[in-house]
Design a protein around this ligand. Sequence first.
Ligand code: HDE
Length: 680
Amino acid sequence: MTKKHPVNEKSKQEQLEQFKTDDRNQALTTNQGLKLSEDEFSLKAGERGPTLMEDFHFREKMTHFDHERIPERIVHARGFAAHGEFELYDSLSEYTKAKFLQNPSVKTPVFVRFSTVAGSKGSAETVRDARGFATKFYTEEGNYDLVGNNIPVFFIQDAIKFPDLIHAVKPEPHNEMPQAASAHDTFWDFVANNQESAHMVMWSMSDRAIPRSLRMMEGFGVHTFRLVNAEGKAHFVKFHWKPVLGTHSLVWDEAQTISGKDPDFHRRDLWESIENGDYPEYELGIQIIDEEDEFKFDFDILDPTKLWPEEDIPVKLVGKMTLNRNVDNVFAETEQVAFHPGHVVPGIDFSNDPLLQGRLFSYTDTQLIRLGGPNFHELPINRPVCPFHNNQRDGYGRQTINKGPVSYHRNSLAANTPAPVPESEGGYAHYQEKVEGRKVRSRSESFKDHFSQATLFWNSMSDTEKAHIISAFSFELGKVKSKSVQQQVVDMFANVSTVLAKQVAQAIGATPPSGTDAPVTKSSPALSQEQTIKKPNTRKVAVIVANDFSSDLPQVLNSLKQQGIQPEIVSTTLQNVKGTDGSELEVQHTFLTSDSVLFDAIYVVGSASADEKFRKEALTFAQEAFEHFKPIGATDEGVKWLKAAGLDSSTGVVTGETTRFTDEFIEAISAHRHWNRHVI
Ligand code: HDE
């Protein structure tokens, strides 16, 4: 007898509501529900006497506190998450039978956790690193997790090397330095001696590793997966997330300053956007390869250090994810969420990528230590929205109360239930790939080209992006103490580009390689962020205003707001600033509490009555923004100040002298950065 699997009766949000509690206006109690009459003094033998063992309230409160922390994730410890929903554009039934990919009218609840990889839980968020992009889809057939990164390839080809990679990138064990940084000897020693890392290192030295916002970065499933349709036909696929706001980055100097000024920069940006109703959106894309075409490419599609060039295998956009709700409690949701690439639904299957195969073991294993036992699936954030039944029992933290004496299969006492369900009724059946081979510890010859795609990446970059990559290598290797490691890395990356290797060698005092690069035969424009969507909305502008600002200002600010731009007033104090016509503006930041690095653009207004100190502070903002290639606008007195500082006649600097000031400033903001300033 099989029971029909009830569908999505409850949205994830409704399910989570049952577990929420509001402690406001409630009596203070112990965890046993006992009301307490006092909570500030422990129970003592006399006012000046020793504390008594009998004080159960003190012991409960202190014991709970002592156990408040759980182990942080060994990787991706620093993360932030939000709820949302996924909507499909058109049925994907041609490729997969996954129910949530059939019907465009179904909204699938999702929970997405973004993260850095190397740093500890409290580390800064704008460090140079890959970003995790993990999505849990709560589907009617169970949870599906797409646990990806913002870089489409990985450092290694076989999961057995993951502990080595992570040991090398984490702070060095003898002195636990540096935190959340790859700029040290052991990481680069690993790179030079594990040359399969070349392609991903190119990405992590590029602007991709310092995203402007979690809302403005791509996501990739990295591995090749399989989609399987109702007829049992499979296709190889790669998954992509494409941010609707385009893919944008910080510049390195700015990223480092933000690490100090606001270590929470990315979570604040995500949190505030959602609170403002500027919901982050990402389109889901798939690249598809027919099974028959598996060997048609000049790379092995099982090799996770290879991407599928979008110009050869286009990305089909199949749906959109919108993040529209912040969490209520970071520990309960963001910290306790447990992702696993093995959380799949019928119609989604694996490839034999040896990195993916190893991940299929690692994630459950890590949850056991991190979440303290095998019942983490019962935590509210991890529960599927459909029912789950099996013969698993007991263990730490068990919440389900399974009724009846039977907890085994096969049985007669419960009519042999819970019972497996045939594939035709939704039971998961692994794709029947034909496999044969000898047991070997070795790697396929087809995995041995480590440099072609690293070169493809390099050749696809704009001149500015190339300059940033050279600076990133020069920074990172400049921090490496071992001359030998420095030289090994230069020699290794000469295989990618001698132009790159020579310039890095020059910067770090290593011996440059000889030779020149082969003529470029192939590039992939999709890899360059220069090609990305450029939009003004949600961009933050620091509007530097003093008393006696001109009466035109409110109109300019309104025009910016109409484009979804967020002007925020910066002044000397938090007192309202007053205009010449008596109007007032609320000040959000002072020169003390903010900094140009925390904004996308600067608008210097000033006024004739602003003093010298104000002018200097305003110019510090403008100068720094100028060096970070940011759009700068100026009207009124601000124009004179910029002129005097020589900042006026450069690209991306728009002054009130033009009659189209507002339009031009909006255009300059949309462009994100103005690279041809040659400031560095
Ligand atoms: Fe992970 N990875 N990983 N990883 N990974 C973890 O699982 C692991 C890899 C990724 O926000 C851990 O729950 C191995 C690639 C993300 O909670 C752990 C290998 C990609 C997250 C683990 C990889 C990822 C993790 C640590 C090599 C991109 C954060 C905590 C075979 C496709 C998820 C945890 C979150 C987390 C193992 C490589 C993405 C230890 C063994 C490639 C986004 O299980």
